[in-house]
Design a protein around this ligand. Structure first.
Ligand code: FMN
Length: 341
């Protein structure tokens, strides 16, 4: 999936300038051995020259090298051990060996109970002339992106929590990566919408269209057509991020399960405005259909619990119609829902 998304990004010139603020960012999981990176944004891969696949699973210290100041490394290690925010200017090296001065901010991300879940690291390359100035990382731009990241990460955390009841088979990690990648496309859309007068809202049609395209690219096969018809609609970014995750779950399921041993088929995604405000989304397929004996969303699966939680959080509704062939999912989200969870 990551490779397909990367391909999608590089094939379209408008994605070149990906990062909203061009600030590189990583997320690490301190509960895994050696606190490895579990997420990097595109700005990080551009800044360091490392592909995403080359850095996920490694501790960030691989960026350090021969001339890195040991005092800066010690300072960072002590901050992380105390589970506190820490800043440092540290000499790092790109994949091609070129050194650069990295103004680094590392902050712990905690859950509602105050328990440490992840660390987020924000890397800002310094101009040569700035090297001797004191670290002053928390500018308005940075705190804005941090707020966004924190609220999205807390959403990820609640998904991970629901998932933790399931066996942590490798396929679960693939699904988790896909979910995190829906946020990446959202950041993309935010970047593209930056010139809009209204920065709190986003063109959800354009976001979902690229999300569907990315999922079709990653999970589709020849013979299964994907038809996407989305009305132009602006919604709050928080609504878009939840709707995107729901679409990602249902559409991936359709590609993976609805056409088992079936050569040809059609999946359709439609979105329209509701007359009372809000939106209606339908996802249909003409595949095998979900057997009557199977409950959907299935509370015994991580995907099922995530969909239920997201829709409840938007005060929305979900209906499944099981036709002679295939399934039809209808999701309605009211305007101005007080988003939760
Ligand atoms: C989220 C996060 C991001 C980090 N980013 C960087 C980085 O960009 N450059 C770097 O040199 N170290 C970075 N580090 C620090 C190293 O991963 C490591 O913690 C540091 O080298 C001290 O530990 P060590 O003595 O075990 O190497 C980061 C750490 C965390 C948790």
């Amino acid at each position: 999936m990551a490779d397909s998304l990367n391909k999608l990004f590089t094939e379209d010139a408008s994605f070149d300038d990906f990062s909203r603020t061009q600030v590189a960012m990583v997320v690490s999981d301190p509960h895994l051995e050696d606190n490895p990176i579990i997420y990097v944004n595109r700005a990080f891969t551009i800044q360091t020259g490392y592909a995403r696949s080359a850095v996920i699973g490694r501790n960030c210290r691989f960026l350090q090298g021969e001339d890195t100041d040991i005092a800066a490394v010690n300072h960072i290690r002590e901050g992380i051990a105390r589970r506190e925010s820490v800043t440092a200017d540290i000499l790092n090296y790109r994949a091609n060996g070129e050194p650069f001065m990295n103004r680094l901010l590392i902050a712990p991300l905690t859950d509602k109970a105050g328990k440490l879940r992840y660390f987020v690291g924000i890397q800002k390359e310094m101009d040569a002339g700035l090297k001797d100035t004191a670290p002053e990382i928390a500018d308005a731009q940075l705190s804005e992106i941090q707020d966004r990241v924190e609220s999205d990460i807390s959403l990820i955390i609640s998904m991970v929590r629901r998932q933790s009841n399931a066996a942590s088979a490798p396929t679960e990690y693939v699904a988790l990566t896909r979910r995190i990648e829906t946020f990446q496309l959202l950041y993309e859309e935010m970047k593209l919408s930056d010139n809009q007068a209204d920065r709190d809202n986003i063109h959800i049609g354009s976001y979902l269209s690229r999300l569907c395209c990315a999922i079709g690219h990653a999970y589709g096969r020849s013979g299964i057509r994907l038809n996407v018809q989305l009305e132009s609609l602006d919604v709050p970014i928080e609504t878009a991020s939840r709707v995107g995750l729901v679409v990602s779950e249902i559409l991936t399921n359709a590609f993976q399960h609805a056409f088992h041993r079936i050569e040809t088929g059609l999946i359709e995604v439609r979105m329209s405005k509701l007359s009372a405000g809000g939106l209606r989304l339908t996802i249909s397929d003409d595949g095998l259909g979900i057997p009557n004996s199977m409950k959907w969303p299935d509370p015994s699966t991580a995907g099922g619990r995530i969909v239920t939680g997201l829709i409840e959080g938007m005060e929305g509704t979900l209906q499944l119609s099981r036709g002679a062939a295939g399934s039809l999912f209808t999701i309605e989200v009211p305007a101005g829902a007080s988003l939760q969870g």
